[in-house]
Design a protein around this ligand. Structure first.
Ligand SMILES: NC(=O)c1ccc[n+]([C@@H]2O[C@H](COP(=O)([O-])OP(=O)(O)OC[C@H]3O[C@@H](n4cnc5c(N)ncnc54)[C@H](OP(=O)(O)O)[C@@H]3O)[C@@H](O)[C@H]2O)c1
Length: 329
């Protein structure tokens, strides 16, 4: 993006992944408009403490379902990182209103605001949730960007893992991403999507989110009744790098998978956790089934120049961060 104006907007700036995106952008001298829903709330203090935040970060109140607020936040920006989305940590009572609408209509609102404000490029954060639930994909074939989750299948499957609010999250992410790419094709707005697997790594903010809950929960409970037996993981810092890389280097209309490691829970425990953290009570009955395995490829992103850190570093940095936050006491 030669000659770009370096003012960009990050939606949901206070979230886990978005905070790292803001940090990375500030470190590269971007002027950042970060959208938040409750400006002034102490949950965004970490953003104001980032290096160069006092000069180059402006937090602006916006909700994904409030088009005018998005327009104000996006005005004057040449790029947008659309990261905000509800990621439920507990069961929700009205999934259509609480999960699907903000994800799908919210994404379209962001894109329309981008078009109205002559934004050049939008990077939309999707998820492997929009990739993996495809019953027609050959069992042994690696899932890449051409694989799409099927919302009808997600709605009707008897899979245990889809009996919770997670089901609506999967539907929402699939629909939001496909409508975003469609919007780009229809209007000429440069839309690029990125589908991360489970995001781990250290937090900048002071509260856990849905994915950073997993390690402390597992360590406290021995990982036995965990229900998450096969992990596909990307480090939040590597994800932030990926988002900026596709912003700068991708062609428009592209979709990228963003995942680094795929590993069974028993191997996570034996190979990494028991060695660095031997004093927890790990269950000795950990395993995963072949059915639970996901073969995912980020080759396309790697071809752009993306690389990722070792899993050990992600696990240790995540756990050390949780220790400092006091959530492992
Ligand atoms: N965490 C993962 O493992 C994972 C994996 C794959 C993909 N993703 C995707 O990555 C992105 C970031 O996830 P995360 O884990 O960093 O999430 P997070 O920490 O829960 O942050 C989500 C952000 O979305 C904002 N948000 C939610 N509803 C909103 C609304 N109606 N209007 C405006 N903002 C709203 C929240 O804003 P407030 O601060 O105002 O509440 C929050 O900042 C999401 O798109 C998610 O789907 C996450």
């Amino acid at each position: 993006m030669a000659g770009e104006n370096k003012k960009v907007c990050v939606t949901g700036a206070g979230g886990f992944a978005a905070s790292w995106v803001v940090k990375l952008l500030l470190s590269q001298d971007y002027l950042v408009h970060g959208t938040v829903r409750q400006p002034g709330d102490s949950k965004y203090d970490h953003l104001n403490s980032l290096e160069k935040a006092s000069e180059n970060l402006k937090l602006i109140k916006a909700d994904l379902l409030d088009y005018d607020s998005l327009c104000s936040a996006i005005s004057g920006c040449s790029g947008v990182f659309h990261v905000a989305s509800p990621v439920p940590t507990t069961e929700v009572t009205n999934p259509e209103a609480e999960v699907v609408e903000p994800a799908v209509k919210g994404t379209l609102n962001v894109l329309k605001a981008c078009l109205e404000n002559k934004v050049k490029r939008v990077v939309v954060v999707s998820s492997v949730a929009a990739v993996v639930m495809n019953p027609n994909w050959p069992k042994d074939k690696v899932k890449d960007e051409s694989c799409w989750s099927d919302p009808e299948y997600i709605k009707t499957t008897s899979l245990e893992s889809m009996k919770t609010s997670k089901k609506w999250y999967y539907i929402a992410k699939t629909q939001a991403e496909s409508e975003a790419l469609e919007f780009g094709k229809r209007t000429g707005l440069e839309v690029v999507t990125v589908c991360p697997s489970a995001i781990l790594g250290p937090l900048l903010q002071s509260t856990l989110n849905s994915s950073t809950l997993l390690l402390p929960m597992g360590l406290k409970g021995g990982f036995g009744s965990f229900g998450y037996n096969y992990w596909t993981v990307v480090d939040v810092r590597d994800l932030a790098e990926a988002l900026l890389m596709v912003y700068k280097k991708s062609d428009a209309g592209e979709r990228y998978m963003c995942t680094s490691h795929a590993i069974g829970v028993e191997e996570v425990v034996e190979k990494y956790l028991k060695i660095s953290y031997p004093n927890y009570n790990y269950s000795d009955k950990l395993s995963h089934t072949e059915e639970e395995e996901e073969k995912l490829s980020s080759e396309k992103l790697q071809k752009l120049g993306w690389s990722y850190r070792p899993l050990e570093e992600t696990l240790i940095d995540s756990i050390e961060c949780c220790r400092k936050m006091g959530v492992l006491d």
